[in-house]
Design a protein around this ligand. Structure first.
Ligand code: MG
Length: 134
């Protein structure tokens, strides 16, 4: 069976944290507020997969009061979500995503972000799309 899920996420910019998007640390004067590394792109992808499987949302699986997930790389969270899909006999065949941010310019980082996402999802690079808009 073929399933489709949607996910989205928002995080505030804050000072004093690294900016991590798509599993890539991007040099910037602000990072994103959050309990984990606050990678909003990966959180949205996690939610899309969980949604397709009707498994709830990322907050249920990785609560933001649980010290196990403090500062955790969201790539690890995504790995766990992909494993949950595999247990049910599913593979991720395609991802299309859009990051909305006024800053910084993400274009120079998109290739690396796609690579990280592709590896973690075990999905061919050609089927992993990341777009950015301000
Ligand atoms: Mg989030």
């Amino acid at each position: 069976m073929f399933k489709i899920g949607h996910g989205y996420d928002f995080h505030r910019f804050v000072e004093g944290r690294p900016l991590v998007l798509g599993g890539v640390t991007i040099p910037h004067r602000f990072g994103l507020a959050g309990h984990s590394d606050a990678d909003a792109l990966l959180h949205a992808v996690c939610d899309a997969i969980l949604g397709a499987l009707a498994l709830g949302d990322i907050g249920q699986h990785f609560p933001n009061h649980d010290p196990r997930f403090k500062e955790i790389a969201s790539l690890r969270l995504l790995e766990e979500v992909v494993a949950k899909a595999r247990v049910q006999g599913y593979a991720i065949t395609q991802v299309d995503s859009t990051v909305i941010a006024d800053e910084p310019t993400l274009a120079p980082h998109i290739a690396k972000m796609r690579e990280r996402l592709s590896m973690t999802l075990k999905t061919p690079l050609a089927a992993v799309s990341i777009k950015a808009t301000s």
